[in-house]
Design a protein around this ligand. Structure first.
Ligand code: COA
Ligand code: THG
Length: 634
């Protein structure tokens, strides 16, 4: 047990990826962590009074921490900018200005935004990527490093922030003018016109910078097919794609591929993957403005555009934008198939599920010993596409329930394809987070390898008590049983799915949900993963493992057919979709509309849980018994 365990209150706008990441890291480090959303200043005051935290950390907060709180507690704000930077649009500006390096600063809240004393900071090199992607990778990693350093400083009794001299030197390094540890460079909120694209003037690099700076929110206000909308998810187009597209001038839409439309710029072109249509004035009641694939949002218009497909098997270096990509590595007999599916936000529509299922059917005919399901760069998968489903509620002759049903059948088909691939080993590699059905999709493979820092949410309950499918009732207990035996597995599966807390990759490893955690290294993650997959493919015991796997599948099928698991899960899902209790539909509507929450869920706000408040005790969570057996436990 950590003798310096602190009670840490996380204050955030919502339980987003950064908040979740800090939550799991702080808990893994032995601290007792509770969460409160910024509902109102009085709610924050109440939470602080109930939890009596040693430390308050604000990873994602847009409003002021009340004076009554920061005067009495050390409140550390995580600012996604380097020392000296201040303001609400830090990363947006860094992208717009093309900064080469950036950072995260942990500073103490006081009466002025981001002007308090610096406790820790960490820097990173910028990458040409959307804001959301930088936020999920570089910012999250730097934030963890800086928060951990600040917490250590707090624990070690150095209750003062970094030495004033130290901080002053840092500020000088960063060319900040205000002396005396008073960071100075205030950057205001990015205004709409600062991102507006001038298609007649802006080159491809500028267009990409503008769209990336506003991704995933608030997007770039523009017009497509005469309709006002916001643009997201932009990728540069290759010469090859432009050569096959319709002719046209800058600003013209000249082709489509998968979710995206191709738009010419003055010196090339960009793919625009996702858009949010502005709801016309007077029609606000017709539903929330949803972020959807561009080709889905403008279905009729896109039918008139040439489709510009690319083959599934491609090398990454060709730079072609596409959701699916496959390549092979290694010698015959020890070959690895590498299948990436880059689905925006990890959300999987019926179209995307079908494409992935077809890709799996195609690549299973290839002579490979290991198939890697590489997911996407930012997410492995977040399960069925909730925005698509919501959109169906507003389509004539369709409904959210019907769309949910189609989606769950489609993703189940993907999982089935994977489970029944018994003539080789399969590995899911998690380069980014996985949630809900996406987590169980990963676990349907023989092995799960995760990058350090990945956060898993292997549960559905947060989505209005959704029961879930994706054969989770097969794959989750199966995984746990291999490590802990049948009886334990059932209990742990219940705790994981009912507890509905995020888990770090390391915690996943301890629980048997993950088989390998890849530590940060200087080399590329993909190279590392590939090297390990090649080693597995060439392993002398591989043939035996594959034979064992096929035999296990046959035994499992005889004991209870996969069709039975699916049928039982879908019977429960049918009730969620079509039954009397609308919880799932309500939760989904709130999720896709990004409606502010009215309260913090009880499983996060443990200070509101009377049993544990003031007890100082750790939260209950799935605990694997010692692998040596229960008798060893005392
Ligand atoms: N369908 C559609 N969109 C999804 C999605 C899904 N299943 N999962 C995530 N997204 C979108 C969010 O709407 C958000 O959109 P944005 O581009 O407008 O920002 C974006 O992905 C990122 O989501 P956010 O919640 O901000 O990301 P996060 O990394 O901070 O949190 C999760 C990740 C998994 C906790 C959260 O996205 C979640 O709960 N997703 C729902 C999972 C689910 O219930 N799936 C359906 C059951 S199978
Ligand atoms: N001290 C205190 N509370 C804080 C911070 C602090 N709360 C979180 C905050 N830091 C994080 N940083 C900022 C910096 C600027 C703004 C918001 C959070 C900001 N907000 C605009 C406003 O309030 O008018 C609105 C902008 C928006 O809509 O995003 O400028 O250091 N006590």
């Amino acid at each position: 047990m950590n003798t310096h365990a602190l009670r840490i209150l996380l204050l955030c706008e919502s339980f987003n990826s950064l908040s979740q990441r800090l939550f799991v890291e702080l808990r893994d480090a032995g601290h007792e962590v509770s969460v409160e959303f910024d509902i109102a200043p009085t709610v924050i005051e109440e939470a602080v009074a109930m939890f009596a935290p040693d430390l308050v950390v604000a990873p994602y907060l847009k409003r002021r921490i009340p004076e009554s709180v920061w005067r009495r507690h050390v409140c550390l704000v995580v600012h996604p900018g380097p020392v000296g930077d201040r303001g609400p649009s830090a990363l947006d500006w860094a992208i717009l200005r093309g900064e080469g390096s950036w950072g995260v600063t942990v500073l103490q809240a006081n009466g002025e935004y981001d002007a308090g004393e610096v406790w820790a900071h960490a820097d990173f090199r910028m990458r040409a990527a959307p804001k959301s992607s930088l936020y999920r990778h570089e910012v999250a990693k730097a934030a963890v490093a800086a928060v951990m350093a600040a917490v250590e400083r707090f624990v070690s009794g150095a209750l003062r922030p970094a030495d004033r001299d130290d901080a002053a030197a840092l500020l000088a390094d960063h060319d900040v003018s205000i002396p005396g540890v008073r960071p100075g460079r205030w950057q205001p909120l990015v205004r709409r016109h600062e991102r507006t694209i001038d298609w007649m003037r802006d080159d491809t690099a500028t267009v990409l910078r503008k769209i990336r700076s506003g991704d995933g929110a608030p997007g770039v206000v523009d017009v497509l097919f005469g309709q006002p909308c916001r643009l997201f998810d932009a990728h540069p187009a290759t010469r090859a794609a432009l050569g096959r597209a319709r002719r046209g001038g800058a600003g013209d839409i000249v082709g489509r591929r998968g979710p995206a439309v191709l738009r010419r710029t003055i010196d090339g072109g960009v793919w625009i993957g996702h858009v949010r249509r502005q709801v016309p004035i007077g029609l606000e009641g017709t539903g929330p403005p949803l972020k959807l694939a561009a080709t889905r949002c403008f279905e009729a218009e896109c039918e008139l555009l040439p489709e510009l497909p690319v083959p599934l098997e491609r090398h990454v270096a060709d730079g072609e934008f596409s959701e699916l990509r496959y390549e092979e590595h290694g010698p015959a007999g020890a070959r690895v198939g590498w299948l990436e599916f880059e689905f925006h936000n990890g959300a999987m529509s019926v179209r995307q599920c079908a494409a992935l299922r077809d890709a799996l059917r195609q690549v299973r005919r290839r002579d490979t010993q290991v198939l890697v399901l590489a997911g996407g760069h930012d997410f492995f998968s977040n399960g069925i596409h909730l925005h698509e489903i919501e959109a169906a509620a507003h389509r004539q002759g369709d409904s959210a329930a019907d769309a949910s049903w189609r989606h769950i059948e489609a993703i189940d088909d993907v999982v089935l394809e994977l489970i029944t691939l018994t003539d080789r080993l399969t590995v899911s590699t998690l380069r980014g987070n996985a949630g809900a059905g996406g987590c169980f999709l990963a676990m349907a493979a023989d092995e799960v390898w995760a990058q350090e820092g990945v956060v898993l949410n292997p549960h559905y309950k947060n989505m209005g008590n959704l029961y879930g499918s994706e054969y989770w009732t097969y794959v989750l207990p199966r995984r746990l049983a291999r490590r802990f035996g049948d009886a334990q597995a059932a209990r742990m599966a219940r705790e994981i799915t009912q507890g509905r807390l995020p888990l770090s990759a390391r915690r996943g490893l301890a629980l048997g949900l993950v088989d390998r955690v890849l530590p940060w290294s200087n080399g590329s993650l993909v190279d590392n993963l590939l090297a390990q997959a090649l080693e597995l493919a060439g392993h002398p015991q591989l043939a035996q493992r594959v034979a064992d796997k096929a035999a296990e599948r046959e035994r499992d099928e005889a004991r209870k057919p996969l069709a039975a698991y699916r049928q039982e899960e879908l019977a429960r899902m049918h009730r969620n979709f079509y039954g009397f209790d609308p919880s799932y539909h309500v939760a989904r509507h709130y999720f896709v509309s990004r409606k502010p929450q009215a309260w913090t869920p009880r499983h996060l706000a443990i200070h509101r849980d009377s049993a544990s408040a003031h007890a100082g005790g750790a939260r209950r969570e799935p605990v694997p018994a010692s692998p040596r057996g229960p008798e060893d436990r005392s």
